[in-house]
Design a protein. Structure first.
Length: 62
């Protein structure tokens, strides 16, 4: 598999992940009653998971 094919696959997987993340995040946000501290915790958790996912893809390619 060439580098360009790997990159295209990574972009596709990333777009599927982001679509799922956005849909889940919207549902999660709507389920809270406005507690700002809880929203910040969720934001940090989601950000960490996105970074873990992204770096996981790069580790597979190396």
């Amino acid at each position: 598999m060439s580098t360009s094919e790997k990159a295209a696959n990574a972009v596709y997987i990333g777009s599927v992940f982001l679509k799922y993340l956005i849909e889940s995040g919207m549902q999660l946000y709507l389920s809270f009653d406005g507690d700002e501290a809880v929203l910040k915790d969720v934001e940090g958790y989601v950000f960490k998971r996105v970074l873990d996912f992204t770096f996981g893809i790069f580790r597979l390619e190396v």
